[in-house]
Design a protein around this ligand. Structure first.
Ligand code: URA
Length: 194
């Protein structure tokens, strides 16, 4: 078993925090093990918990649409993960101790996948990975560096579903990711709309 499969097994068997008591399935994450882009969300919701897959509900469908317009998909270009791997009951925000317990798994995923670009989807991902005091409305759309990797913070797809007006700025953020992908990974990358 390679390191990645070993990590997956470890995460799938985790009982280190209370979320393990109420979960149906652990949501390890999904996508290419060698993805150059990682998208990081908050944590599984109802459908993700039921299926054991990330971003399969309404906001997941929107995320897939955005990725598709960028010419990206889960199979080839992107790995999608979350700050916490188990669903918080009633979709409450993950508690600080739950985030702290789970974050080493995300660090390990990042190390093993070794993406060039990390897209942080929403405030929990931004606060969980970068800085608990950072504000998504302030920093979104601006490249950041974290441990030698490029980070693009943007709105969570569920925020876009709640507020149509955020779609335009989020699209600008994803266009920056496509440009950077062309610069760093594949200058011939095809995307229908940018
Ligand atoms: N929202 C998230 O933040 N993550 C998921 O996996 C699904 C919805």
């Amino acid at each position: 078993m390679d390191d990645f499969e070993q990590l997956k097994q470890e995460v799938n068997q985790c009982t280190q925090c209370v979320l393990s008591k109420t979960r149906t399935n652990v949501v390890f994450g999904e996508g290419s093990r060698h993805a150059e882009i990682m998208c990081i969300g908050e944590g599984p919701g109802y459908y993700e918990d039921q299926q054991g897959r990330p971003f399969v509900g309404k906001s997941g469908q929107l995320l897939d649409k955005i990725l598709d317009v960028c010419g990206f998909n889960r199979k080839e270009h992107v790995f999608i993960g979350n700050i916490v791997k188990c669903r918080p009951p009633n979709n409450r925000d993950p508690l600080p101790e739950e985030r702290e317990t789970c974050i080493p798994f995300l660090y390990k995923q990042i190390e093993l996948i070794d993406p060039k670009i990390i897209i942080l989807l929403g405030a929990t991902a931004l606060k969980g990975l970068i800085d608990p005091n950072a504000k998504i409305t302030k920093v979104r759309g601006e490249w950041m560096e974290w441990n030698g990797r490029l980070i693009m913070p943007t709105f969570h797809p569920s925020a876009l579903l709640r507020n149509e007006k955020l779609k335009r700025p989020a699209w600008e953020d994803f266009k920056k990711v496509v440009s950077k992908y062309r610069e760093l990974v594949n200058e011939n990358h095809y995307s229908a709309h940018c």
